[in-house]
Design a binder for this molecule. Structure first.
Ligand SMILES: Cc1ncc(COP(=O)(O)O)c(C=O)c1O
Length: 438
């Protein structure tokens, strides 16, 4: 069916929650996408950061095909192949160990009050305490990022009830993004996304990112006298415009939450699984270890999956009946995620992303209109000094580039992690041409 026919059908039969670009994609390969006319595009968005190992990755495709012919779904009342293995791999990655190195075989049983600021080995921040055993992370599987964050919020609330005398406030950052369900919208620090959907669930409050004093005051005083059970942060705010936490801020957030005995929850939905290069997760660049981590996007390479992982007392907070999902952790999503993690390991994605990401940041400096370049690895924001971002995205599509803008001034680059320096060169060349003609 042509783009035109598809547009007509969608206009009539789909809700208008997206302003789609005028293109119909029909297949992909690596970083390339092809539309219904056969035209080729370089994909610098990767399904909003989800297609980590590239489109139609052979390992993931094979795994999905084989599983689809065997078993799609039975629900969570039963065991299925691969689910425990996947959770164990995630635990190893959260411990910054190689995939499959047995992370999760040694439990620490400690709550956040014993959690330490730097048990995760970190070459960038040498504050490590003596703990060298891997933590024992436990995972709940869901289907999306928002569901992962919902799970984290429920963990925080029950944690507050059980261990913090009923503390129930969740603190997150202004300009943050945590999802579109009502609770995750409440956690999201952007009024414009919430205003049409009141009443928004209570129990959430926002502080300015990178303002340590504001965070300290909130943790000391609570919000209107209501004490805090958890702090929820993105290491690099993605949807907000690619704004990183400073190192001092995240270290302070860890220290303050630890001192207060409350949970530090890091949303790695966009930053996770080598998106930021070198390490599996962005928090590992900062040398901290959170108590709860939310995951999605890159974990499934395009197959819907979300997860919330926790360690210490938070890992055991859920009891049977507390939380659930019909589809979460389904055999199909599990094999896709296992294959994705195997592929990321086999291709040494961390190293590759660090190299290509640095190159991307370097090359972006060659462009006109550059005000600031932010981000890490293959999660990069280019702040422009004129309101031309949307026009560049529109013209980019005509020039064979899939681009993304956040507001009028910010271009965000989130290519599949298989992106090479040559792909970056093509991007820059096409962007130069577009920007010279603006
Ligand atoms: C940091 C972060 N958290 C949560 C979400 C929500 O994920 P989903 O769209 O899969 O519900 C997103 C999506 O962009 C995200 O970037």
């Amino acid at each position: 069916m042509s783009l035109r026919q598809q547009q007509e059908l969608e206009t009539d039969y789909l809700m208008r929650s997206y302003q789609r670009k005028p293109v119909e994609f029909v297949r992909g390969k690596g970083i390339l996408l092809y539309d219904d006319t056969g035209a080729e595009y370089l994909d610098f968005l990767a399904g909003i950061g989800a297609v980590s190992v590239g489109h139609a990755n052979p390992r993931v495709t094979r795994a999905i095909q084989e599983q689809a012919a065997k078993l799609l779904h039975v629900g969570n009342y039963y065991y299925v192949e691969g689910r425990g293995e996947l959770a164990k791999k995630i635990s190893a990655l959260l411990n910054n160990g190689a995939v499959g190195d047995g992370g999760g075989t040694v439990g620490d049983g400690g709550g956040p009050e014993q959690s330490g600021t730097s048990r995760t080995p970190s070459p960038t921040v040498g504050t490590g305490d003596s703990g060298s055993l891997p933590f024992f992370w436990k995972t709940f599987f869901a289907n999306s990022g928002a569901e992962a964050v919902e799970g984290a919020i429920k963990i925080a609330r029950k944690y507050g009830m059980r261990y913090l005398e009923g503390a129930d406030m969740v603190v997150s950052a202004r300009r943050s993004f945590h999802g579109r369900t009502l609770a995750t919208l409440a956690a999201t620090g952007q009024d414009s996304k919430r205003d049409s959907f009141k009443p928004i669930p209570e129990g959430f409050v926002h502080v300015e990112l990178n303002d340590i004093q504001a965070l300290r005051a909130m943790l000391n005083q609570g919000f209107g006298g209501r004490p805090v059970c958890a702090v929820l942060l993105e290491c690099i705010q993605g949807e907000g415009g690619v704004y990183p936490c400073t190192e001092e801020y995240l270290l302070a957030a860890r220290q303050l939450t630890e001192e207060a005995g409350i949970l530090l929850m890091i949303d790695e939905i966009q930053t996770g699984f080598y998106r930021t290069g070198t390490y599996p997760f962005a928090f590992q660049h900062y040398g901290i270890t959170p108590d709860v981590v939310t995951l999605a996007k890159g974990l499934g390479a395009g197959v819907p999956i979300g997860a919330v992982a926790a360690r210490g007392k938070a890992a055991d907070i859920f009891e049977p009946g507390d939380h659930g999902s019909t589809f979460g952790g389904s055999p199909l999503a599990i094999v896709a995620a296992n294959a994705t993690l195997d592929e990321l390991e086999a291709t040494e994605a961390g190293q590759h992303v660090a190299e290509v990401g640095s190159y991307l940041q370097e090359r972006l400096k060659d462009l006109p209109f550059v005000a600031e370049i932010r981000g890490r690895g293959l999660m990069v924001g280019l702040e422009l000094n004129e309101a031309i971002a949307e026009s560049i995205v529109t013209k980019g599509l005509k020039a064979g580039l899939v681009l993304n803008n956040i507001g009028p001034h910010i271009l965000r680059f989130l290519p599949p992690l298989v992106c090479t320096k040559k792909d970056v060169d093509v991007l820059i060349k096409r962007l130069q041409t577009i920007m010279e003609r603006l």
